[in-house]
Design a protein around this ligand. Sequence first.
Ligand SMILES: [Zn+2]
Length: 285
Amino acid sequence: MAFEKVSTILKDADARKTAVLAYDCFNYESIAWLVEAGEELSIPVIIMLYPTMMETIPASVFAAITKKMAKTVKIPVGLHLDHCDSYETILGAIRDGFTSVMIDGSKLEYNENVRVTCEIVKAAHALGIDVEAELGKVGIAANKGDFKNEDMYTTAEQAADFVAKTNVDSLAIAIGSAHGWYVETPKLSMPRLKEINKAIDTPLVLHGGTGIPEDQLRESFKLGINKLNVGTEYFALFYSTTKDYQQVKDKKDSLFAMQGYQKKVIKDYLLNKLKWTIPEKKASR
Ligand SMILES: [Zn+2]
């Protein structure tokens, strides 16, 4: 049995100077194959549900699948509700078994973000549930201005004030990443990350993990990112593999043959990406 609190998983990652990959999932396969890949490498994973996905899979079913899967492995498996700005939806997810939630007040004016975050923290912490909040604006990767404009980045000073006022368990920050497919390769601001990590002890979260080059991610993990959110490329892979299978030589017209192909491609992708969180050994002198 290895179901674990997200805050515990992140504290452990922080101690090991690395990050845990958190994937937006949407069905049994997207959850199970990630857990299996993590187990093969002995690397913890976090399963996330994006609130709009509740139209596809009820939160209670999603939570139950994740917890059942966690029982089959030794690695820590976390369960987290991604981007949510509704008090009711967050409380509903907690009722349905979620042990970690994100309150996203980043679109609000600063004091209002503090206020709504405090409201969630008060309710969640009373129930032993972890809370992630967002400070600064992580925008859309299709808009260059959203990730290149440093005015939208989180500042160390505000991060220190925010965590002191809200007592959140983790903080998503804006340092040059964005959601979706990037129109241009992003360049994360490592100096800003360093400043924020120095100013607060709270584990830091990077959103927009699709398409950031490996070297930048590895560097960001070293400098304080403890959770990397990935969605877009995972969804895209589930879609492209169903199409690609049609071109496979000797393909069988069978759902299960197609799924076997899909599982292999997706597991290979996961095994590769999870390895990015293994700190590189220092070259011996
Ligand atoms: Zn996000």
